[in-house]
Design a binder for this molecule. Sequence first.
Ligand code: UD1
Length: 340
Amino acid sequence: MKILVTGGLGFIGSHTAVELQEAGYEVVIIDNCSNASESVLDGIEAIAGKRPVFEKFDLRNREKVREFFKKYPDLSGVIHFAASKAVGESVDEPLLYYENNLTTLVSLLQELEKKQRAHFIFSSSCTVYGQADTMPITEDAPVKPAESPYGNTKQIGEEIIRDTCKVRDQLQAISLRYFNPIGAHPSGRIGELPLGVPQNLVPFITQTAAGIRKQLSVFGDDYPTPDGTCIRDYIHVVDLARAHVVALERLLSGNNDANYEIFNVGTGKGSSVMEVIRSFERVSGVALNYKIVGRRPGDITEAYADTTRANEVLGWKAESSLDDAMRSAWAWEQEIRKAE
Ligand code: UD1
């Protein structure tokens, strides 16, 4: 079966392409390479033994999208990753984010509603919960007003899919709300490739240890948490990628309970920034240069998933530990530096 993976050269997309191919699916990738390199295809091929079909274009080009669906009439499913994801940039460039993340989603759904049956997986985020009132966060926790245009595109994206599914029975969709994806493929062939200065914690840690950044700033140690630093649910990207295959199979086999469903994808375990640093130091043997600075505006105190629905209904569970994920992130960082 042929599966379209938009944004398939990106961090989560590339790991999902590998898992899909290993599960026997044929993968077709669309990516505009705005935040990814074509060489990621080599990594996917090296791991999975097969090179995905690659179509390089921008999903904002409606005509190209139409042509693509004509060229590939036999797609069994679509996993939609392609989107912009930098929170700070979205504040400065809201229209870019609304255009990039929402018009592309609408175009894809317009193609899918022409089909007799369509299966669609959407890349959503725990950011839709904002600072949830209770931990762990279940899927029924209220969606809070978005803190950024980026976060808003995930909320609106979910609403677009929900409203479309209500009136288009042939469309079967799942939104996966990711917690914090980290790590890299254990083969060391694919991983995260942040452009410029990383905004996320783990790539900043590994780049600091590799000597590319001088020091990690820990944003705040006066939060109401046991060690004062923020708590997140860090999930190994390979576990996250597997969740997409399981979700797709739920739709393909018609096992879904409704034609639009939402699942949290996390480990269920919260880790503080200091615990992440300690895990990194433990698995790498490197003492990290860090200092505590003030809070980063917009950060929430804590977020970790209640994974009951994913475990019991979807039949998926995260398997890797924080140490496993940090080990793979460090191996990947060293791999990239070798190539330089
Ligand atoms: C961020 C986004 C979130 C998005 C996710 C995608 C914000 C406010 N949120 O999540 O919407 O879905 O990325 O991956 O940007 N930290 C440091 N020092 C650093 C970097 C981070 O101490 O140099 C801390 C942060 O304060 C936070 C934790 O590490 O407590 C994780 O930060 P990060 O990796 O940026 O993820 P989120 O902010 O949770």
